[in-house]
Design a protein around this ligand. Structure first.
Ligand SMILES: [Zn+2]
Ligand SMILES: [Zn+2]
Ligand SMILES: [Zn+2]
Length: 354
């Protein structure tokens, strides 16, 4: 069992900053830094509203039992994992059907796959399965790429074995991001559907002269392939003095910038955003220069989710967004392992309503 529960605490003010007051969330810390929260009392779906705008939907724990770690083979009952393409016990091929949020066992049927869990559907693997980079399914005769891979705009040269390994690792993190976005009902359009703001990924290998900068611009998320190298990523983490640095964390942060564009910019929630996060019209380049020169102001942890969130209101939003996704997924995992909050305390701030 993973080391999860340390102690339930009150929801810090920074999380409601993003999602609004959600009074019945408990809150725990893992390993001293990664927060997670959960509720057992939510109705079937809780809509997180922000200035009247639905920004996300939360599905309560009972439904979340089918988490990454606890899918089970619908053929033999074996515990299977999100990235599995075959059941180790019964040998059935497995694929993830995003429309059903199910990792299903598959039987070959004249060039396609069928599943007892999806009667009447004929499925094939995403085209990236041939590179061992995807186990998601698409309807036979439809798009070649799955709901997650259709956003890929540039992938590295896969004839280079190191590139292939790093890209496969990036794809694993990307799938977990996409899983969350689909589950939360967030808008997901690619560049064909929305040429201005559609979501696209560019996974770029460093060339010898110019290092690739991980970042977001107008729906295009660029990820440096070098970040998939654990040793290199750890070196950067140490250099930046960060408590943790993960590929999935990069995705969650950059997608936060994308959803700021879609959900906040020029939307009625912009005023509310400025009240909570500050005025994003502050010079971005100057703000980052100041942050890298001076670091975060003393006591930043009383007002921000991370030191970097102090750099600029856009970064505050992206960091808060990323941590919200950390929380949701950690809760899902904790719930899947049967962890429940039942604090014995007279402190009403810590009590979780029954
Ligand atoms: Zn099986
Ligand atoms: Zn795919
Ligand atoms: Zn950022």
């Amino acid at each position: 069992m993973p080391e999860f529960l340390v102690a339930p605490v009150r929801l810090p003010s920074l999380i409601p900053k993003l999602i609004g007051p959600v009074a019945d969330f408990g809150f725990v810390y893992t390993h001293g830094f990664l927060p997670c929260c959960w509720t057992e009392n939510a109705p079937i779906t809780t809509e997180l509203r922000w200035n009247g705008l639905v920004t996300a939907r939360v599905v309560p724990l009972g439904f979340w039992g089918r988490a990454y770690a606890t899918f089970s083979c619908d053929h033999c009952g074996n515990t299977i994992y999100f990235e599995n393409a075959v059941c180790e016990r019964c040998g059935h091929a497995l694929g993830y059907a995003p429309q059903a949020n199910a990792l299903v066992s598959l039987t070959e049927d004249s060039g396609a796959w069928t599943s007892p869990a999806l009667p009447g559907e004929r499925l094939v693997y995403c085209a990236n399965a041939e590179h061992a980079a995807c186990n998601w399914l698409v309807p036979e005769g439809g798009e070649a790429y799955c709901a997650a891979c259709r956003h890929n705009e540039i992938v590295p040269d896969l004839s280079n074995p190191e590139n292939l390994l790093h890209w496969q690792s990036i794809e694993r993190a990307k799938k977990r991001l996409m899983y969350s976005l689909i589950r939360l009902g967030l808008p997901l359009q690619n560049r064909v559907e929305d040429p201005q703001h559609g979501l696209a990924f560019r996974f770029l290998a460093d060339d010898q002269t110019v290092p690739v900068m991980t970042g977001h611009e107008n729906g295009i998320i660029t990820i440096s392939l070098a970040e998939a190298d654990d040793a290199e990523r750890e070196r950067r983490r140490t250099q930046m003095g960060e408590p943790y640095r993960t590929m999935l964390g990069h995705f969650r942060h950059e997608i936060g910038h994308h959803y700021w564009d879609l959900l906040v910019d020029n939307k009625p929630s912009l005023d509310r955003y400025r009240q909570l996060f500050g005025d994003e019209r502050a010079d971005y380049g100057e703000a980052l220069k100041t942050y890298y020169a001076n670091g975060a102001p003393d006591g930043w942890y009383n007002t921000h989710i991370s030191a970097y969130a102090t750099a600029h209101p856009w970064e505050d939003f992206a960091e808060s967004w990323a941590h919200y996704l950390h929380i949701v997924d950690t809760v899902e995992m904790a719930a899947a392992y049967g962890i429940r909050a039942r604090p014995r305390t007279g402190d009403e701030n810590l009590a979780i309503p029954r």
